[in-house]
Design a protein around this ligand. Structure first.
Ligand code: 3PG
Length: 217
């Protein structure tokens, strides 16, 4: 195992590394390291590589090995087998879009920060039963957006959220302004077309634009 847990001690640290966690889909592992360096050049030192492509694990491994200052996590983890493979590849943290008791127990046992998804009050309660108070809120926009998160803050004032799904530069600040949101996740920082074009300068520029979000949040 090549994971570097010291880079991100826990999910609270993870959510406070910056206002945005780029959610990345990589079709070519050779682009993983240049992308990580482009994000760093733009001031973002956290990235979530989703396990939606055959190259995702190799991409995580490459970044973990070659860009040690980047906290590279695995996203779209939906099974214990995927979780194990992500840890083996060197993921610094793991994100799941939803949660089952089996997956949550494995995630909490994995030895790296684990950010499971919840969107309803019942799903939040289920995670609280496992002692999880830091959650992904997915899919954010179609699940009520900032209004839903504000409402969840009533009964669950202790829960911190990272909303993801359908968020862009136009509304990220609306989420970051909420008392129970520390960061948002989104693919707009490293969009597929710019990654395919290997337009690293434009991706770095998109990263730098998130600094304005921090002022509002
Ligand atoms: C995720 O996996 O978190 C989301 O698919 C990212 O959503 P977005 O592409 O709408 O930003």
């Amino acid at each position: 195992m090549t994971s570097t847990p010291s880079l991100v001690a826990d999910t609270t640290t993870l959510l406070n590394r910056g206002p945005v966690i780029p959610v990345v889909v990589l079709d070519d592992a050779a682009r993983a390291v240049p992308l990580a360096r482009a994000l760093l050049a733009g001031g973002i030192d956290t990235m979530e590589i989703t396990l939606r492509t055959a190259t995702a694990l190799d991409s995580i491994r490459a970044v973990a090995d070659q860009v040690p200052e980047m906290a590279v996590g695995a996203g779209t983890v939906t099974s214990v087998a995927q979780l194990d493979r992500a840890v083996d590849a060197g993921a610094t943290f793991v994100v799941t879009p939803g949660a089952t008791p089996t997956l949550v127990e494995a995630g909490l046992d994995s030895g790296i920060p684990f950010l499971p998804g919840a969107v309803t009050a019942s799903e939040v309660v289920a995670l609280l039963e496992h002692g999880v108070e830091t959650m992904k809120f997915f899919p954010a926009a179609s699940s009520g957006g900032p209004a839903a998160l504000r409402a969840l803050g009533g009964p669950f004032p202790q829960v911190r959220f990272c909303p993801t799904g359908g968020i862009g530069p136009g509304d990220a600040s609306d989420y970051l302004a909420l008392a129970n949101v520390d960061c948002v996740g989104g693919s707009w920082i490293a969009p597929a077309d710019l990654v395919a074009a290997e337009d690293w300068d434009r991706i770095s520029a998109l990263c730098r634009a998130t600094r304005e979000l921090r002022i509002v949040g």
